[in-house]
Design a protein around this ligand. Structure first.
Ligand code: PMP
Length: 358
């Protein structure tokens, strides 16, 4: 420590593990005897290729990614996947189902409509306080894919189950809850995540894709948005986001050293449990999401009045509990507790929540 760091509850870019930042600092000027920073080296040179391979291997180990699936390190943010998914998967059948459970799945749904017929398998708007049940999902057994967002960063809801869609491939946006619970990757056609919450700095999107789903892109698919090309070139058709891949490698090593997904899951359940329990104890503060649909990553809540919201946020700032303001779409409060948030930060927020009197 000693950097005057705060507890940063930002929804993304989010807090990174201190050990990761320190290692990046130590290796910044001269990466392991190369005489240069990772930011300055050729992506085709040996030192970077080693970083690339080790990072990919670590992700495969941590998430237990089967051979049927390919790992891609792409750019354009998670939002580019909103276009890339329909462009690549609607080549065989131009119809897809979307569960609209928040802002990002809603944007993806509208983007998908440019390339085919999209149906809302469920829509929890406008308040998005809950996740639909399996029996509520209106499923087309012939759909090219079923799309959902595992954790709704803005509204603070999270799927507690994997939708059952028969032979229809599952496409999942895991931007805000990747590496927080075990995922049976074999059940997914595509899963993707922008890096800037649980993985690395912004600028990298991790995509895990079942290989047979690539190679059927619509003819209009831009060069850079064709999964088959990226698989063929091992994410190096052009210059990949080298620094972010290096940072991801450091985060993955940190995660493995902690004990991998089981330990990350234990910690996140503990942290989220503490926060929801503290909120229950203060009648002035009301969680946004319904019990059973609540996110373990983004805990959304409000006070009784806009003035009380403002007072809560001001008091938190003064205690070094930062970035608790809700998204501009929803207002109120949101505590994002990604993997790098230490338990001490959550304890500090919990005692503030308990003591808040308006
Ligand atoms: N999906 C989810 C669940 C998100 O939380 C975000 C960003 N907060 C996005 C997609 C968009 O990501 P990006 O900014 O990387 O395009």
């Amino acid at each position: 420590m000693g950097y005057d760091r705060v507890y940063n509850f930002s929804a993304g870019p989010g807090q990174l593990p201190e050990a990761v930042l320190e290692q990046a600092r130590d290796e910044m000027m001269n990466y392991r005897g190369t005489g240069m920073s990772v930011m300055e080296m050729s992506h085709r040179g040996k030192p970077f290729l080693k970083i690339f391979e080790e990072t990919k291997a670590a992700l495969i180990r941590l998430m237990d990614i089967p051979d049927t699936h390919e790992v891609l390190f792409l750019q354009g943010g998670a939002s580019t996947q909103f276009s890339m998914v329909p462009l690549n998967l609607m080549g065989t059948r131009a119809a897809a189902d979307y569960a609209v459970t928040g802002n990002f799945s809603s944007i993806a749904f509208r983007e998908g409509a440019k390339y085919g017929t999209v149906s809302a398998a469920a829509d929890t708007g406008p308040d998005h306080t809950r996740i639909p049940t399996q029996s509520e999902l209106r499923l087309d057994p012939e759909a090219a894919y079923f799309y959902y967002c595992a954790n709704n960063t803005i509204f603070g809801t999270e799927w507690s189950y994997v939708p059952e869609t028969g032979s229809v491939p599952l496409v999942c946006d895991m931007s805000s809850d990747i590496l927080t619970r075990p995922v049976d990757v074999s059940r997914y056609g595509i899963l993707f995540a922008g890096a800037q919450k649980n993985l690395a700095p912004a600028g990298l999107t991790v995509v895990i894709i079942r290989r047979d789903l690539a190679g059927h892109a619509l003819p209009i698919t831009p060069l850079m948005l064709d999964y088959a090309r990226m698989i063929d070139k091992d994410s190096m058709y052009n210059t990949p986001p080298c620094w972010c891949i290096y940072m991801l490698g450091l985060t993955l090593r940190w995660a493995e050293e902690l004990g991998g997904i089981p330990e990350l899951e234990r910690r996140k359940k503990e942290k989220a449990g503490m926060l929801y329990a503290a909120l229950e104890e203060n009648p002035l503060l009301i969680p946004h999401a319904e019990v059973g649909s609540r996110s373990d990553m983004n805990i959304t809540f409000r006070a009784q009045t806009p003035e009380q919201d403002a007072a809560f946020l001001a008091g938190a700032e003064a205690l070094g509990l930062k970035s608790l303001k809700g998204h501009r779409l929803t207002g109120h409060m949101r505590a994002s507790v990604y993997n790098a948030m230490p338990k001490e930060g959550v304890e500090a927020l919990c005692s503030y929540i308990r003591s808040f009197r308006g």
